[in-house]
Design a binder for this molecule. Structure first.
Ligand SMILES: N[C@@H](CCC(=O)N[C@@H](CS)C(=O)NCC(=O)O)C(=O)O
Length: 203
């Protein structure tokens, strides 16, 4: 079976957990405490030199880092990956957008907000600086989702998993999702898919 090293508050870790669960693939979840910097200990670095979760161990022992690489591996040959080359490229477009234009803003602001609440560290300036980028990303999604039920068209693809991850918990970073009606409807549409569970999940 697969083994997934993850943290239950992490949207990046939710992505492969959702897909494993949706596909009915049994897996073992190993909780890693990122607040205690367990990802930076020698034992974990030996598994992933980049010192981050999620980390997936395949049934044959081979390892894979990067949440979106895991999605691509786990979805091989399924309808989560469009067969049409242009639609497949659009899926990649959204997945790269997620890592460069969405996650560094929405996930990071949410993380700082959670850390602030836990140990009273002051991240207010960082949060204020990154918040506009998060709203810009939500605006880009809103434009697309006003026209199509899912990001690439009529059916869900890996792009929807990748972007659902931190969008559905964006309010925990102070983002007002009510400003984005099409995104809000899409969140509900995604949550109605079989095998769905929100974060914290599957652990
Ligand atoms: N691009 C990576 C990002 C992974 C990442 O940033 N992981 C965070 C949790 S969401 C982490 O492990 N943080 C702990 C650390 O950096 O020490 C992915 O998509 O998997």
């Amino acid at each position: 079976m697969h083994t997934l090293y993850g943290n239950k508050l992490s949207g990046n870790c939710w992505k492969p957990a959702f897909l494993l669960h949706h596909r009915g693939l049994p897996f073992r979840w190993i909780e890693v405490d990122i607040f205690e910097k367990e990802t930076r200990r020698a034992e974990f670095l030996a598994r992933n030199p980049n010192g981050r979760v999620p980390l997936l161990e395949l049934p044959d022992g081979r390892r894979l880092a990067e949440s979106n690489a895991m999605l691509l591996h786990l979805a091989e040959g399924t309808s989560w990956v469009p067969s049409d080359p242009y639609e497949r490229a659009k899926m990649y477009e959204w997945m790269f957008f997620e890592q460069y234009s969405h996650e560094p803003y929405i996930a990071t602001v949410r993380f700082w907000t959670i850390v602030q609440q836990r140990d009273a560290t002051d991240f207010a300036a960082n949060i204020a600086e990154r918040t506009p980028g998060g709203y810009a990303a939500l605006g880009v999604m809103e434009q697309q989702l006003a026209h199509t039920p899912f990001l690439v068209g009529a059916s869900p693809t890996l792009a929807d998993i990748a972007l659902y991850a931190y969008t559905h918990v964006a309010a925990e970073g102070g983002f007002e999702l009510s400003r984005f009606p099409a995104v809000t409807v899409w969140l509900a549409r995604f949550a109605a898919l079989p095998g769905f569970a929100p974060m914290p999940c599957y652990s």
